[in-house]
Design a protein around this ligand. Structure first.
Ligand code: AMP
Ligand code: ZN
Length: 453
């Protein structure tokens, strides 16, 4: 079955036809680095990691670019608040971001350009926009003239009047029209800036993505992704800048947007203060549980973060890894067709996950070891499409713990000895002692195994 995806531009599910079948190119808006990423921020990166995995299975070459926004007013404010150099703040928080993304199973993008090292490209694009009369300078600011771009609003389908009403709340004196947006703005003393034909200043946020995507993926590429909250104005503005600069048929052909992660029905966001960072969560949850939660709803639907879903996802992973535990996985198998078909249908991850459960049910019913091993290999290969089930099952059960594994092994040994000597009182007391520290023993034909409770 061909891959179909829901294109926000057409509001329809469409067959995915790459511009170049030998090389698929996608761009995803990256983080603004001034603090830890919250799990809402983690959602698009997990979704687009799964999409990239799928594309890599289907096409010979894929280039995935995701930027780092390391210049922004929020960064300037945070650095002042922390009494920290901007560069120290952005480097520190970029490191956290990359560590956290790895911990929730995301592969790094192929290209991760930083905005601050691409100002030259942004200045050049802004100069072209002025030349083509799509932008104008006023008092050290450069603004994009929305009126000069008649198809503005096609992606978000915002009513022009609504946009103007929104923009009118506080009209800056340097704007010709309220809806015009900033491409370049002056930097005061002590604030990061670059020399430009319009004076010392810094780029606006939107122009970054237009400049960096065209540099690494070309003026026209296949897929652009991000959260639904970026459709307007960020993505609308990216389209306007890029097409006004490079031509009407350029830029991303397909737009994919993930739904919001919510808490009690409200969008998780830094400004509302209802967020949990990925970093905090990793203290108490394995990254793989966080990943499974983020994949448990269809990517376009909202997903509410709650203890119940977390609990269920942990149970599911226990079930999957129990099926893999002790199996001979040396004979590789292809992924199960149902998982592939589900993902090809606009990334239907809930269906793909239920197909993993079906595989376990079949494995549990299988009559011989050979068949069980085969199904376990299929399960592992299928999990890989979702970025799941790639750990050694023993690791999963033991987790990243502060528990002294040698000590546990010693106690298990002592218990086995006690049982041999029919000293069941002693054996039970060792088991209970371990249980108190969260270590659960399981007696199997292969000996006693342990796991974290
Ligand atoms: P930011 O660093 O705020 O620019 O956000 C990075 C990414 O996270 C963007 O793609 C946003 O659309 C996405 N995002 C922010 N909040 C949420 C949320 N609550 N649920 C899902 N995605 C989000
Ligand atoms: Zn962007």
């Amino acid at each position: 079955m061909p891959l179909t995806v829901y294109n926000t531009l057409t509001r329809r599910k469409e067959p995915f036809v790459p511009l170049d079948p030998h090389h698929v190119r996608l761009y995803v808006c990256g983080p603004t680095v001034y603090d830890f990423a919250h799990i809402g921020n983690g959602r698009p990166y997990v979704i687009f990691d799964v999409l990239t995995r799928l594309l890599r299975h289907l096409y010979p070459k894929v280039t995935y670019a995701r930027n780092i926004t390391d210049i922004d007013d929020k960064i300037i404010v945070a650095a002042q608040k922390n009494k920290e150099e901007i560069f120290d703040l952005t480097r520190r928080t970029t490191d956290y971001f990359q560590e956290d993304m790895k911990a929730i199973g995301n592969s790094p993008p192929d290209i991760e350009p930083h905005a601050t090292t691409h100002v030259k490209e942004m200045v050049s694009m802004i100069a072209t926009l002025i030349e083509k009369e799509h932008a104008y300078e006023k008092d050290g600011h450069v603004l994009f003239s929305v009126r000069s771009f008649p198809s503005y609003g096609r992606l978000s389908r915002c009513q022009h009047d609504e946009m103007i009403a929104g923009a009118r709340v506080e009209v800056a004196p340097y704007k010709r029209d309220p809806e015009d947006f900033v491409l370049w703005k002056p930097s005061e003393k002590g604030v990061p800036g670059w020399k430009s034909p319009w004076g010392y200043g810094r780029p606006g946020w939107h122009i970054e993505c237009s400049a960096m995507s065209s540099k690494y993926l070309g003026e026209t590429f296949d897929i652009h992704g991000g959260g639904q909250d970026l459709i307007f104005p960020h993505h609308e503005n990216e389209i306007a800048q890029s097409q006004a600069c490079f031509g009407p048929k350029t830029f991303a052909r397909i737009w994919l947007h993930n739904g919001m992660l919510t808490v009690n029905g409200e969008k998780m966001s830094k400004s509302l203060g209802n967020f949990i960072t990925v970093h905090q969560l990793l203290e108490k949850l394995p990254g793989e549980v966080i990943r499974l939660v983020l994949l448990s709803a269809h990517y376009r639907q909202p997903l509410d973060w709650n203890e119940n879903t977390v609990f269920q996802c942990r149970q599911s992973l226990d079930r999957f890894y129990t099926a893999l535990r002790g199996r001979d996985l040396s004979e590789k198998q292809p992924a199960c067709e149902t998982v592939k078909v589900a993902l090809e249908d606009d990334l239907n991850t809930p269906l793909a996950i239920s197909a993993l459960h079906d595989l376990v049910t079949r494995l549990n019913k299988a009559r011989n070891e050979k068949e069980k091993n085969k199904l376990a290999s299929t399960l592992q290969a299928s999990g890989e499409w979702l970025g799941l089930l790639q750990q050694n099952p023993e690791r999963w059960f033991k987790g990243k713990t502060g528990i002294d594994e040698n000590k546990i092994m010693e106690l298990i040994e002592a218990r086995t000895q006690a049982r041999k000597e029919k000293n069941f009182l002693e054996a039970d007391s060792i088991r209970d002692e371990l249980l108190k520290t969260g270590v659960l023993l399981e007696d199997t034909p292969e000996g006693t195994l342990w796991r974290q409770q």
